[in-house]
Design a protein around this ligand. Structure first.
Ligand SMILES: C[S@@+](CC[C@H](N)C(=O)[O-])C[C@H]1O[C@@H](n2cnc3c(N)ncnc32)[C@H](O)[C@@H]1O
Length: 206
């Protein structure tokens, strides 16, 4: 049954990617090398982790595998069908699916989570978003994090040179590096070539 639910959510992600690429930002899931780099900053004793944009749940599963039995993972997803499919297919009581936008993280999760997250992990396609949404996502991540928590975000390398927006029907460029460095006190970078497309992982601290 779980296998069928997993296949259904993968198919939905692929379909949604074709329909609205600017929101899903991909049609295939992240590679295991990208997943590994995204999880590196989650401390082994993490109690509260927040994920932005779980999609098919590739990262969600890997985060849960790293978390202790008493930890909680809050996964905020904009697309209700994907969220339902992903949480059902995973079926882990530590996973709390939240429908809404990652820009509203503190309001959606409330004071029991805001300011207390050990890690925030985001696989949102920043390059395809409007600047005010990108900024809102950074502010939301910062407000959710505990003082020593880490925010991890990846960006596809090609967007620095060329990318295409389906909604705007035009080519554009967007460089994630200056954007991230301007907003966080410390930023560490890891390049992941073994992903389609290659990605740069940013681990950011307040
Ligand atoms: C690139 S996919 C990530 C898929 C998956 N995490 C992975 O790495 O394979 C981005 C996901 O973020 C969701 N999304 C886009 N904008 C969002 C927002 N503002 N808040 C929450 N989720 C959003 C999309 O619906 C999509 O499922």
């Amino acid at each position: 049954m779980k296998l069928l639910e997993r296949a259904a959510v993968t198919a939905r992600f692929f379909r949604k990617g074709l329909e609205d690429f600017d929101t899903t930002a991909n049609v295939v899931s992240s590679s295991r090398w990208l997943v590994e780099a995204m999880l590196a900053a989650i401390p082994s004793d993490a109690k509260v982790v927040v994920e932005f944009g779980p999609g098919t749940g590739t990262l969600t599963r890997a985060i849960l595998a790293k978390l202790r039995p008493d930890a909680k993972l809050y996964a905020i997803e904009l697309e209700a069908g994907l969220l339902e499919g992903c949480t059902k297919a995973i079926g882990d009581p530590r996973l709390i699916g939240v429908h809404g936008s990652a820009t509203d993280g503190p309001a959606l999760l409330g004071t029991s989570v805001a300011g207390r997250a050990d890690a925030v992990i985001s696989s949102l396609g920043l390059s395809l978003m409007d600047e005010d949404i990108r900024r809102g996502i950074m502010e939301s991540a910062s407000a959710l994090l505990a003082p020593r928590g880490a925010f991890t975000q990846y960006a596809y390398v090609h967007a620095r040179y060329v990318a295409y927006s389906q909604q705007r029907q035009r080519f554009f460029t967007w460089d994630a590096r200056p954007f991230m460095h301007a907003r966080w006190a410390r930023v560490d970078e890891t390049m992941v070539w073994k992903n389609v497309p290659p990605a740069l992982v940013f681990t950011c601290r307040k």
